[in-house]
Design a protein around this ligand. Structure first.
Ligand code: FES
Ligand code: FES
Length: 179
C-alpha cells in the first residue's frame, strides 16, 4: 500500500495562525473540524448543495465541503467560532438570529450566519429580494425562511445602531480589523 503524500499548510483561522499536515484531497470542512477542532462548521450534504458548511475565505462565503484545504494555504478563514467578539459578545447577526427565532435545530445556522455576515458587509440594508438572493445557497429544513429574513433586517438595524448609519454590518472582529 502506498503512503499518501502530506502537505504542510498554514491558515489564519479567526485571526489565529493554525498549521496542519493534510493529504491533497483533505476538504477544508474536514480540516477545520478534525484537524483544527473547530466543529462549529457543520457538514450536511457534502455536495455543495445545503450551505451548512459555509465559511468566509478572505471575507467571501465559500462552501468548505467543496474546497481543498491545500488550495487555501496562506489564506484567512472565518468560521462561526470567529464571529463573536473576543470577550464572547455575540455579533449583530448572531444576536438578531437569536432574537428573531431564526433557528430551531440550528444545524444550518453556522452557514447562514457566515453568509449573512458577508451579505451585510456588502449591502448594509438589503431588501427582502436581496436577502432571498443572498441566502439562496443556504437551506434550512425546519425554521422556514420568514424569521431568517426578519433576522437579517434586524441584524442590519442592530449594526447600524451600534456602529452608526452607513457602517457595514459584520462580525465584531471584522469591524475591529477595519477600524
Ligand atoms: S455540506 Fe457543504 S454544501 Fe452541504
Ligand atoms: S434550523 Fe434546523 S435546519 Fe435550519
Amino acid at each position: 500500500m502506498g503512503t499518501e503524500t502530506l502537505f504542510d499548510i498554514s491558515l489564519t483561522v479567526n485571526g489565529v495562525v493554525r498549521e496542519a499536515r493534510v493529504p491533497a484531497r483533505r476538504l477544508l470542512s474536514d480540516c477545520l473540524r478534525h484537524d483544527l477542532g473547530l466543529t462549529g462548521t457543520h457538514v450536511g450534504c457534502e455536495h455543495g448543495v445545503c450551505g451548512c458548511c459555509t465559511v468566509l475565505l478572505d471575507g467571501e462565503p465559500v462552501r468548505s465541503c467543496l474546497t481543498f484545504a491545500v488550495s487555501v494555504d496562506g489564506h484567512e478563514i472565518t468560521t462561526i467560532e470567529g464571529l463573536a467578539a473576543p470577550d464572547g459578545t455575540l455579533s449583530p447577526v448572531q444576536r438578531a438570529f437569536a432574537e428573531s427565532h431564526a433557528l430551531q435545530c440550528g444545524f444550518c445556522t453556522p452557514g447562514f450566519l457566515c453568509t449573512v455576515t458577508a451579505l451585510l458587509r456588502e449591502n448594509p440594508s438589503p431588501s427582502d429580494e436581496e436577502i432571498l438572493e443572498g441566502i439562496s445557497g443556504n437551506l434550512c429544513r425546519c425554521t422556514g425562511y420568514q424569521n431568517i429574513i426578519k433576522a437579517v433586517h434586524r441584524a442590519a438595524e442592530i449594526a447600524a445602531e451600534e456602529n452608526g448609519a452607513g457602517v457595514p454590518a459584520g462580525s465584531h472582529r471584522a469591524v475591529t480589523e477595519e477600524s
